[in-house]
Design a binder for this molecule. Structure first.
Ligand SMILES: [Zn+2]
Length: 256
């Protein structure tokens, strides 16, 4: 009998994650440039040669090519295999944690959307509506199917996540963008109001930590704006997988 913990399912989940990660790379490259997702096929951004299928195998192609284009030798960003490997870990992790069902589905879909948003924000300082708005709808749908969240808590999550960042945007006068607000609302749709609270807390703490370290190291001045999306994304993934544990830990640390 095959149980849900059988290694074959973990491998399949990881392979699906690799394929989705490969698509997220395409999404993150094309969305901010206004290019179609349907075609033409992928090409080297440096010499514009169309890539063959064996140059597009997730992670393995990058390793086989040693991180360079086969013809023009331009460096290929390590972000590509990192996105593919990260999504594979995300999918295998969701399967290992919950098995088949709305919770694993929610974590995998939310994680994928957050990876795409984080990559685009880090590169271009924007979070495309084409990720967050359909994501918000998907989140409400998945949460409605998930008895652990439910539609009401998901709607409250949208209001809590979006509202909190909207308030902060008004207070900080431009430190927070409209993309961040919509991203937080989307996370609320998947995580519910308590989950999105955990996500924002982790996002702010990690952002403050990294920003502080970079300022101390002289890499960034107080006035330089850091893309906040990657930190929000990290918080969202942490809350999806360890939300309950993080709340318990927080309560123990601060309230004994
Ligand atoms: Zn090339």
């Amino acid at each position: 009998m095959l149980t849900r913990d059988a290694p074959v399912f973990l491998v399949l989940a990881a392979l699906l994650g690799l394929a989705v990660g490969s698509f997220l790379n395409v999404l993150a490259w094309r969305l901010p440039r206004g290019l179609s997702l349907l075609g033409p096929g992928s090409f080297c951004p440096s010499c514009e040669r169309r890539l063959t299928w064996w140059e597009l195998v997730p992670v393995l192609s990058y390793l086989a090519l040693r991180g360079r284009c086969r013809t023009c030798r331009a460096r290929i960003s390590p972000v590509y295999p990192a996105v593919e490997a990260g999504t594979a870990v995300l999918f295998a992790g969701a399967w290992a944690r919950w098995g088949p069902g709305p919770q694993a589905l929610g974590a995998a879909v939310l994680g994928s959307l957050l990876v795409a948003a984080a990559v685009v924000d880090a590169r271009h300082r924007i979070i495309p509506d084409a990720v967050t708005l359909p994501g918000l709808g998907l989140g409400l749908l998945v949460s409605a199917l998930n008895p652990e969240v439910g539609l009401l808590r998901a709607l409250a999550g949208v209001l809590a996540g979006g509202g909190l960042l909207l308030g902060l945007a008004a207070l900080t006068n431009g430190g927070m963008g409209g993309g961040d607000i919509k991203l937080a609302a989307m996370m609320g749709a998947f995580l519910g109001w308590s989950g999105v609270g955990v996500a924002l807390l982790v996002g702010f703490m990690s952002g403050a930590l990294v920003g502080g370290v970079m300022m101390l190291a002289g890499r960034k001045g107080r006035r330089d704006l850091m893309a906040f999306g990657p930190f929000l994304a990290a918080g969202g993934i942490a809350a999806a997988f360890w939300g309950q544990e993080l709340v318990g830990w927080y309560l123990r640390v601060f309230f004994g």
